[in-house]
Design a protein around this ligand. Structure first.
Ligand code: RUQ
Ligand code: CUA
Length: 640
């Protein structure tokens, strides 16, 4: 077993694993492309990073829940609404578990969803543009952690609360936790064609902590499974008080039953307040709408909708096998891994064999639903993924290893150390009927001596293993940004052919777009000035502006007239107290500038776009507040 900083073991094992064939397996020659995309969550960066596998090369950071000065996301006028919530503008998020949309149980490469843990939200990223196009806030939720996993046909993206809270929020004593606090499990409908999200219902569960979840598939399609801990319902010193019960639960939710109930008029609308933010690719602009109610369901009013499966002990990961037959609960404090059987669960439900109930929800008996246990597999299990050959792979945080075991026989086949303290792991198509058993990568919490030191702060480290054979083979270390929790991976050929190259100018409906240099202008409305500006290699139009005054609020609406792949232009002006803009071909973006000092101030393009990029600049004259200098603008002539 490995522990952090166990150098002796590390050297020998790395030496043994990394023979020359390992290097060949991850080598993607210059100019060649990777076989897989990996979308790795950024954790406290709030974003999502895109890597290639097997090379481990970083392609892009997609801003999702955090402002991103590299592109102006969350700074530009068009994208600020994306970060609007019921708590106001939130510039940061904690992103955890990306999951790719599916059709018939197989990843289809259309969208990727990711949850924000802190101020509960779910985002949808369009995989044609690799841009965040929608964010919905999740009300009645706190620590949105058992999220964001999709059902077989992306009927729903599901979000479960980690912390239970008073529902609706109210001013009561924390001591009233037991009974008064609720755990909301939210089923967010996804519109088939557009992907638009809308909360269909929230199931108001007992005040446990809901840690992770996964959908049923195949026979168990129509069900969703959530691990719980703190079934003790403690509100203080959880490290002790939430570790009392020998078993917590996996909650099994029959969402099809709940759909029927709703279709017959069930559930009630609860007043609520949550943001729904949508980005439009033609206007290149996001709008934020506040929603005022949400449908809530009391689980005790829908017979047959929810059952509790006893699961040792403070389980974290909740993973469903590709055939949908097994539900794996990774009990963090348990010696064994617990695997429940969907079939046995159905049988026990049919026979109405219950061991008791919690707040009116029937509890099945552990023995009745148990499929098997992987005994003494390791210490501190967190997450499990599956390959295409009937094997499962579980990460163990404390013993710092990945353990491969067989579904059905529950025997351990192989174990490999991770460097160090692994959290999640990913196999392409992990949450689907058809995982791809070529590579697995582990996302480690502690990096220590794996890379050159960079001061006290180190990037986390991912490790790529070849899992095509009986034994796992370590191939590669690569650094990851932020703190990756889950990652989703997909064959590149499901995504790359659809990737957009540029936005068509003819489809640009931005109200302040200038679609040619002839349309550029500067318009004053009181102390607000709108600059309709364009960029093309290698100038701005206009590039000389006079008649701006101290105290003005100047909106630079910049349209990039280029119609070719990979020719962005940037825009920055001295004293711009937000960020630059990076504008893609055919796109319009807006930055606000409020000049505070009289003078002649330059602006320039921030992206090295052509041989004459350094010539891509302009000047703005700012006069005193009471000046009567007239507004003038020009390109290629001297302002009179
Ligand atoms: S959780 S390991 Cu969101 Cu396991 Cu991170
Ligand atoms: Cu445009 Cu540099």
């Amino acid at each position: 077993m490995m522990s952090c900083g166990d150098n002796v073991n590390k050297k020998s094992s790395a030496g043994g694993a990394l023979n020359s064939s390992a290097a060949e397996k991850v080598y993607v020659a210059p100019g060649e492309q990777d076989e897989y995309y990996a979308f790795i969550s950024g954790g406290y960066s709030g974003n999502l990073t895109v890597y290639g596998l097997p090379s481990g090369r970083l392609f892009k950071e997609i801003p999702v829940f955090s402002q991103f000065p590299t592109s102006g996301y969350g700074y530009s006028e068009e994208t600020k609404p994306m970060l609007n919530t019921s708590h106001g503008f939130i510039p940061w998020g904690d992103s955890h578990h990306p999951d790719i949309s599916q059709t018939e149980g197989v990843t289809d490469g259309r969208w990727i969803f990711i949850n924000e843990n802190n101020t509960p939200r779910i985002a949808r990223i369009d995989l044609e543009t690799f841009e965040t196009v929608e964010i919905i806030e999740v009300p009645n939720s706190a620590g949105n952690h058992s999220s964001s996993f999709v059902t077989e046909n992306t009927e729903y993206v599901v979000a479960g609360t980690r912390f239970s809270v008073p529902v609706p929020q109210q001013d009561i004593s924390i001591k009233e936790y037991k009974g008064k606090f609720k755990g909301a499990l939210s089923f967010i409908g996804v519109e088939k064609e557009t992907g638009h999200m809308d909360i269909k219902f929230q199931l108001l569960m007992p005040g446990f902590n809901y840690d992770l979840s996964h959908p049923g598939r195949g026979d168990s399609h129509g069900w969703f499974f959530f691990t719980t801990y703190n079934t003790e319902e403690a509100s203080t010193l959880l490290e002790v008080n939430a570790s009392q019960n020998d078993k917590d639960f996996i909650a099994a939710v029959n969402w099809k039953k709940i759909e029927e109930y709703i279709n017959n008029g069930g559930g009630k609308m609860m007043p609520s307040n949550y943001a729904h933010n949508v980005y439009d690719h033609n206007s290149h602009t996001a709008t934020s709408t506040m929603k005022k109610e949400v449908r809530v369901i009391d689980p005790t009013e829908v017979p047959g909708a929810v059952y509790l499966l006893p699961t040792p002990k403070s389980p974290h990961g909740c993973d469903v096998s590709p055939d949908g037959k097994y539900i794996v609960g990774n009990g963090k404090l348990s010696a064994n891994l617990t695997v429940h059987s969907f079939e046995k669960m159905q049988e026990a439900i049919k026979n109405e064999k219950f061991e008791g109930e919690a707040y009116g929800i029937p509890i099945l008996s552990f023995e009745d639903v148990l499929a098997g246990q992987v005994e003494q597999a390791g210490l501190g299990p967190l997450h499990t993924e599956f390959d295409d050959k009937g094997n499962a792979y579980t990460t163990f945080f404390i013993s710092s290893e990945v353990v491969k075991w067989k579904l059905g026989t529950w025997e351990v086949i192989d174990r490999k150390p991770t460097y160090y303290s692994v959290g999640h792991l990913t196999i392409a198509g992990g949450n689907s009927r058809e995982p791809d058993g070529k590579y697995m990568f582990a996302m480690n919490k502690i990096t220590k001596d794996r890379y050159l030191p960079t001061g006290p702060e180190l990037e986390h480290s991912a490790q790529l293993y070849d899992i095509s054979g009986e034994k796992m083979e370590l191939l590669l270390d690569f650094p990851t940004h932020g703190e990756p929790h889950y990652a989703a991976a997909i064959k590149a050929d499901k995504v790359a052919p659809n990737s957009k190259k540029f936005y068509k100018l003819s489809e640009n409906t931005h109200p302040f777009a200038a679609k040619s240099e002839a349309e550029t202008k500067v318009v004053r409305e009181g102390n607000v000035v709108h600059v309709y500006m364009t960029t093309i290699r290698s100038h701005f139009s206009p590039d000389n502006i006079e008649g701006i005054k101290v105290g003005d609020k100047v909106y630079f609406h910049i349209t990039n007239l280029e119609q070719d792949f990979d020719v962005p232009h940037g825009f920055a002006i001295i004293g711009q107290n937000n960020s630059e803009l990076l504008i893609m071909p055919g796109q319009t973006k807006t930055s606000v500038w409020e000049p505070k000092q009289v003078g002649v101030w330059p602006f320039y393009c921030t992206d090295f776009c052509s041989a004459l990029h350094q010539e891509m600049q302009g000047y703005i004259r700012v006069s005193p507040k009471d000046s009567d200098i007239e507004l003038e603008w020009s390109l290629g002539e001297d302002v009179e």
